[in-house]
Design a protein around this ligand. Structure first.
Ligand SMILES: CC(C)(COP(=O)(O)OP(=O)(O)OC[C@H]1O[C@@H](n2cnc3c(N)ncnc32)[C@H](O)[C@@H]1OP(=O)(O)O)[C@@H](O)C(=O)NCCC(=O)NCCS
Length: 314
């Protein structure tokens, strides 16, 4: 007889078992080593608040996880939307297709609704996308890629990031947040608490900050399929294309890549720095489920003001 499945709130003492479950279900990419520190960074240290996290158990063994990270988005009219991001979700392979993902997600939605959360959003993978659609999520649209090859593009020996990038530049830490700008759509408020958590204390990813005049670029060197790439995670201030140029010169990357919403100053800076949108590429799919009446149409891509930093490594 199949074991009865129970559900409960995740406790801090569940961390090791939950990490084992995530490894069994999702594997372990090198940059996202599934450590207790990464779990704590995401679900407990987040300045927007502690996550809503539920586990499913069978005979007191953890066989499912569903977590919603707390988030906030500023609207163009100055309002603040209370959000959760549906991030880690995993069902142990031995327990697939028994309704665990659906049950935990629906229970987490109930908790979020009772807590006054307005909106759930995420960028699910192909395995979970159809499940979300069947639970009322709406596909908002495609997250693409902006890219520019560098002069190292054909240099097969350029396999490592230059030491000047990893040693000589500022690590991404702020004593005071850079001058922000108004939200043009739903936009993460860049407070100093947020910036220092997001870029300064990520347990596995190293971010670097380049400042040029009034512009700043926060970048992350990365390896993809044996190629060293430079990811522009976020941009601040005017003329940040000059900061992009400095970062590209300091790195040994074969290409530089990023993504920002259309009609934003950051996307213009990228275009000025020579990055171009790659036609037809779908890096991610943005999905959303409103839990409250909102004065913004969250189902339209044009209502969002996103940067790569909003999408990667969460
Ligand atoms: C995706 C995952 C969480 C689904 O867990 P699960 O407990 O087996 O899912 P459920 O039984 O609750 O299924 C709910 C719905 O999701 C969809 N779904 C689940 N697994 C699916 C699959 N392999 N292919 C297509 N649709 C699937 C279906 O719509 C399903 O409804 P149905 O059974 O009525 O058709 C699980 O397969 C998993 O852990 N995969 C590896 C980790 C992962 O990819 N996580 C998502 C990260 S965004």
């Amino acid at each position: 007889m199949a074991e009865a499945i129970q559900s409960r709130v995740m406790e801090k003492s569940d961390v090791e078992e939950v990490l084992d479950l995530l490894r069994a279900a999702l594997g372990e990419p090198p940059l996202l080593a599934r450590t207790p520190q990464l779990l704590a960074w995401k679900h407990y240290d987040n300045p927007f608040g502690e996550s809503i996290a539920l586990v499913a158990t069978a005979d007191s063994r953890i066989v499912g996880l569903r977590s919603f990270m707390r988030w906030q988005l500023r609207t163009p009219s100055g309002g603040l939307v209370s959000c959760v991001r549906a991030v880690d979700t995993a069902t142990h392979p031995e327990f697939h297709r028994r309704g665990i993902f659906r049950r935990l997600t629906e229970e987490a939605i109930e908790l979020a609704t009772a807590d006054g959360v307005d909106l759930v959003f995420n960028t699910p993978n192909a395995k979970s996308g159809s499940g979300y659609t069947s639970m009322g999520w709406i596909e908002v649209g495609r997250i693409g890629v902006l890219l520019r090859p560098t002069r190292h593009f054909f240099n097969l020996r350029a396999r490592h990031h230059s030491a000047s990038l990893t040693e000589a530049v500022e690590s991404a830490h702020w004593t005071r947040a850079p001058l922000g700008r108004a939200a043009l759509g739903l936009r993460t408020p860049r407070t100093d608490d947020y910036l220092n958590w997001r870029f300064g204390s990520h347990p596995t990813a190293r971010y670097h900050k380049f400042t040029s005049g009034a512009g700043q670029a926060v970048v992350r060197p990365n390896m993809r399929k044996g190629r060293n790439e430079l990811l522009i995670s976020d941009l601040f201030g005017r003329n940040s294309q000059d900061a992009i140029g400095d970062a590209v010169r300091a790195a040994n990357a074969r290409y530089v890549a990023t993504w920002f919403s259309e009609d934003t100053p950051e996307r213009s800076a990228c275009l000025h720095a020579g990055l171009i949108p790659i036609p037809g590429v779908r890096a991610l799919t943005l999905m959303a489920r409103p839990l409250n009446e909102l004065d913004v149409d969250v189902t339209s891509m044009s209502s969002w003001d996103l940067a790569l930093s909003d999408l990667e490594l969460l």
